[in-house]
Design a protein around this ligand. Structure first.
Ligand code: SAH
Ligand code: SF4
Ligand code: F3S
Length: 466
């Protein structure tokens, strides 16, 4: 049974649909049709969208970011909080007018939000101009869906979680040419009580190490300098597989690939962050000195209600262990404010934890009830306004910590990958941790590593190449 989880299937059936669709499109259009992929949500979705783009290009579509020019539009959606869902509904409503302007337009909705039956039902009923709706585990079947709809099939709704197999060989068209995402696993088994991800992304499953290494090697050969390994909980990579490669081992294997590049990863769940992993970060010269270690709350009572499976003490010990090994490590986190039943006393525990850890940066969220999640059924007496006040208090604290961090960083020199053009002679880049620095330089430096000394800070770090 063990090896069933890591399974090596084929994209061959969809390749046939890709070829058929490509032929059909040349019969329908005089010039190549355009496709627009609109992405909401996390890096996992961004990576899935890069695969959707790979398939669309394989079928002969030209990519565009202009919806009004598109012959095919797809919304890759997120369901993590209510706000994320509302934004999607606002956007898909626009399709009605776009279809009036371009009757041949095909519109699709996929991703985490679409995976929910209630959402698919709502789209079926209230958004009749959406042609195709499909979930997270069948996204590789895009060629088949487009082909069938072009051939006149009725509206397509495909939410099956199938058997959770990982489909290798799906073409990918990455957005960047030197920074890239590399998924190493899919799904989540943690069932934090507030979270919808395990329901919409299915069970945790890992790619085979050889597949990941081959893709990493190909990325390095293609000039990628910054590779981020993706998974909802990368620390449990390989669980249930017979190959015995842990996440720490996988990092070492990627670190051994020849070339000048940085390896990042996200997200790490504190309950699975081992000493072996911390040692690996320390010993691997290409692994970024950064740990995104979402704590969610500083109160043991709330952590228990959240089903996070660690407590404040063990979390703080983990931070200590990381800093002992790697003193310059940058630590970031996610925090939820206003979990059902959280009191101001609980929240104060979060404030004190944030004060103690001094994160490099924080991603903070007000709790949003998610359909069918256990937390949605818990009593939630604190008003939204009150939660808003707590939230502001947390932001203010983090701002104070950030300005302290800024003071400490001025004068230090960092190795930076030049990644964006800010203006004619100013570019910016990210350190091995996560800080962004702006400095004088031309776009010929893009994709290159330079050493930059931090000289000041206004909204972002400023520096000079040395
Ligand atoms: N697997 C990752 C990230 C999951 S989603 C992890 O465990 O860290 C990213 C973040 O969104 C979570 O860390 C959490 O802070 C936040 N989040 C998830 N569900 C939420 C909800 N229902 N309300 C508010 N924030 C939520
Ligand atoms: Fe959601 Fe928890 Fe899984 Fe992260 S680890 S995706 S927060 S259930
Ligand atoms: Fe959103 Fe799905 Fe990511 S719910 S946060 S896009 S895994």
């Amino acid at each position: 049974m063990l090896s069933d989880i890591c399974y090596k299937p084929v994209f061959a059936e969809q390749e046939v649909y890709m070829r058929r669709t490509a032929k059909l499109l040349t019969e329908i259009y005089d010039i190549p049709p355009k496709a627009c992929v609109i992405t909401f949500g996390c890096q996992q979705n961004v990576s899935d969208s890069e695969h959707l783009k790979g398939m669309l290009c394989g079928m002969g579509y030209i990519l565009t970011s202009d919806e009004s020019q598109a012959d095919f539009i797809i919304f890759n959606t997120c369901a993590v909080r209510e706000h994320a869902q509302d934004r999607v509904y606002g956007n898909i409503g626009k399709i009605k007018q776009l279809k009036k302007d371009n009757p041949k337009l095909i519109a699709a909705v996929c991703g985490c939000m679409a995976q929910q039956q209630s959402v698919a039902d709502k789209i079926k009923k209230s958004y009749p101009y959406i042609d195709i709706v499909f979930g997270t585990q069948v996204f590789h079947r895009l060629p088949e869906f487009i082909y069938k709809r072009l051939k006149g099939s009725k509206r397509i709704f495909e939410l099956s979680l199938e058997n959770g197999d990982i489909v290798e060989g799906v073409p990918v068209k990455r957005d960047g040419s030197f920074k890239g995402w590399l998924p190493i696993m899919y799904g989540c088994d943690n069932f934090c009580t507030y979270c919808i991800v395990p329901y919409v992304r299915g069970r945790e499953r890992s790619r085979e190490p050889e597949e990941i290494i081959a893709e990493a090697r190909a990325m390095v050969e293609a000039g990628y300098k910054d590779i981020t390994l993706l998974g909802q909980n990368v620390n449990s990579y390989g669980k249930g597989c017979s190959h015995g490669v842990t996440f720490a081992k996988l990092l070492r294997m990627i670190n051994d690939i020849e070339g000048n590049f940085v390896i990042r990863f996200m997200t790490s769940h504190p309950k699975d962050c081992t000493a072996e992993l911390l040692d690996t970060i320390k010993e691997c010269n290409k692994v970024s000195r950064h740990l995104h270690l979402p704590v969610q709350s500083g109160s043991d009572r709330i952590l228990k209600l959240m089903n996070r499976k660690y407590d404040r003490k063990s979390y703080l010990e983990l931070i200590e262990a990381a800093r002992q090994r790697i003193p310059d490590i940058s630590i970031t986190s996610d925090i939820i404010v206003g979990f059902p039943g959280e009191t101001y006393e609980d929240f104060k525990q979060t404030l004190s934890l944030v004060k103690e850890v001094k994160y490099s940066s924080l991603f903070t969220f007000i709790y949003s009830p998610r359909e069918n999640s256990p937390a949605a059924a818990m009593a939630d007496p604190v008003s939204r306004q009150e939660k808003g006040r707590w939230f502001d208090e947390l932001l203010q604290l983090q701002d104070e910590i950030a300005s302290e961090n800024v003071k400490q960083n001025i004068g230090k020199t960092y190795r930076v990958l030049c990644d964006s053009v800010e203006s004619e002679d100013v570019i910016s880049g990210h350190t091995n941790g996560t800080a962004s620095i702006e400095f004088k330089g031309g776009n010929e430096l893009l994709g290159q590593f330079v050493n930059v000394k931090i000289t000041g800070y206004t909204n972002t770090y400023k520096g000079v190449i040395i």
